[in-house]
Design a protein around this ligand. Sequence first.
Ligand code: PLP
Length: 389
Amino acid sequence: MSQDALMNTYGPRSAKLVKGEGCNLWDDAGNQYLDALSGIAVCGLGHSHPGVTRAITEQAGTLLHTSNLFAIDAQEKLGARLRELSGLDKVFFSNSGAEANEAAIKIARKYGQDKGIHHPTIVTMSGSFHGRTMATLTATGNKKVQTGFEPLLSGFVHAPFNDVATLTRLVESNPNVVAIMVEPVQGEGGINVPAGDYLNQLRELCDKHDLLLMLDEIQTGNGRTGKYFSFEHNGILPDVVTTAKGLGNGVPIGACLARGIAAQTLAPGNHGSTFGGNPLCSHTALAVVNHIVDDGHMAAASQLGEYFLTAFKETLAGCGKVKDIRGQGLLLGIELTEANAPIVTKAKEQGLIVNLTAGSVVRLLPPLITNQQQADTTIDIVSRIIKNL
Ligand SMILES: Cc1ncc(COP(=O)(O)O)c(C=O)c1O
């Protein structure tokens, strides 16, 4: 078959992957690949995980969908589990990350309107990525994502990432600001890890000015950084957290969690989704979350992440092509000195799937179940390619 019938939103796509097991993938020509991308931070438990497959088949043979006009047992259980893991109060389920962020944006606007701010404004960061819907692409701090889709929405302003002084000035000079929305580690923007106390400072700023702290944990959540949510590294509680990607391990589901006033903001008729949190997705996601938490994958992600960072820093020490090596858990980036290096193709030729983001950052998002030998293979292939660029 050809891709003729498909809109050209993704550019040319190469390998046609037809099978996956654990950290391995196979294409339609029988070539095997080691997966160091997890379908962009989705398949944390790898491919064909028996517990996930069991949950999907169990639910598919029982009840796929009812709509949110009816109570959904698995949705209630998943909500309770996420509440317990996050420390937040309430959850709204969506089908994707962008939609989880839409819910967060609506909460922030309603929170502002309810307190008499009629042009509520959300501060987001330069270099951020929050999705492709009109509101989330407006929130995104990257002109490339926005160009051609003007007019953008009003009610968003951007501040530099990891710069609390500038953000404070912006907040203090604009009485319409109601929320700060930020990724704990910027993913698409190049695996940008902020200062250790960045989120704590944002929490203080939000407390001082009565703003909602809204964390986009769509890429950083679900064990990827070594904790269930990345904000746990800072010992703070945000007002709103969004997640998706790894929550369903490939089954499409997103979540917007909130606490305090933010959790009470939306009332019946304010928001909804036909599919959001349906029996199939909720039952599967509950199995995914339980495996991530109960099978030790968060501690493993933390340890293996350290191993990757140390190994890359050693093997690439003194390499003129490398500007920086950084990450948190299994969210790893190697920033190169040149843009658009053919790293993805070269790695694929050697049976490894990686990604390049923000033009010059090699992004590694290996499944949380990656073992030491698979990590060594990844380190070896990536380091050799970079040295020979
Ligand atoms: C931080 C972040 N927010 C939002 C999104 C959008 O998620 P989705 O593609 O599921 O709509 C992404 C996707 O890459 C992301 O990384």
